[in-house]
Design a protein around this ligand. Structure first.
Ligand SMILES: Nc1ncnc2c1ncn2[C@@H]1O[C@H](COP(=O)(O)OP(=O)(O)OP(=O)(O)O)[C@@H](O)[C@H]1O
Ligand SMILES: [Mg+2]
Length: 147
């Protein structure tokens, strides 16, 4: 497992700028797990990643519908938040596997809620709070649980 990039951000705006840089490390197809506590900035970062791929509309948190899709020039970005998944078996109803293709990018918040049935990560991003406004953001070339 290798570290691709490492950032310290000092504000939400900073995290938006870092999103532009991280987007350059992503390509179709990529399955990205985002790990970090509540409020660590996973959704904030996903918004800037989706905009970095050219999506110009509003990006909202997928807290309630679990999966939101954003068509961009070279494919589709699927943003998922699995926090509200009560049982890993519910994953089947979401039919996430059917969304996966050569022209997909998955951005998955709370992947650990899905158990072992989730499509494996090709990259992962960990976000760590330091005080209220600083975040350490790490991009790795696969899942970061053992990092
Ligand atoms: N450096 C920073 N980077 C990102 N967000 C920051 C930063 N400093 C403060 N914030 C604030 O932290 C919050 C991050 O919320 P966000 O919804 O992105 O977190 P999350 O990790 O997706 O949480 P959840 O697990 O609930 O989905 C926002 O209110 C944002 O304004
Ligand atoms: Mg979130």
């Amino acid at each position: 497992m290798a570290l691709i990039a490492d950032f310290l951000t000092k504000s939400e705006d900073d995290t938006h700028d870092v999103g532009q840089k991280i987007a350059r490390h992503l390509s179709f197809p990529d399955c990205v797990y985002l790990r970090g506590e509540m409020g660590a900035g996973k959704t904030t970062l996903c918004k800037s990643l989706i905009h970095a791929f050219g999506y110009t509309g509003e990006v909202t948190s997928p807290t309630y519908n679990l999966v939101q899709e954003y068509p961009v020039a070279n494919g589709v970005i699927y943003h998922m938040d699995l926090y509200r998944l009560d049982d890993p078996e519910e994953l089947e109803f979401l039919a996430i596997d059917d969304l996966w293709s050569q022209s997909s990018i998955f951005l998955i918040e709370w992947p650990q809620r899905a158990g072992s049935g989730l499509i494996p990560a090709t990259k992962s991003i960990s976000l760590e709070h330091i005080g209220s406004d600083q975040r350490v953001i790490r991009v790795l070339d696969s899942d970061s649980t053992q990092f």
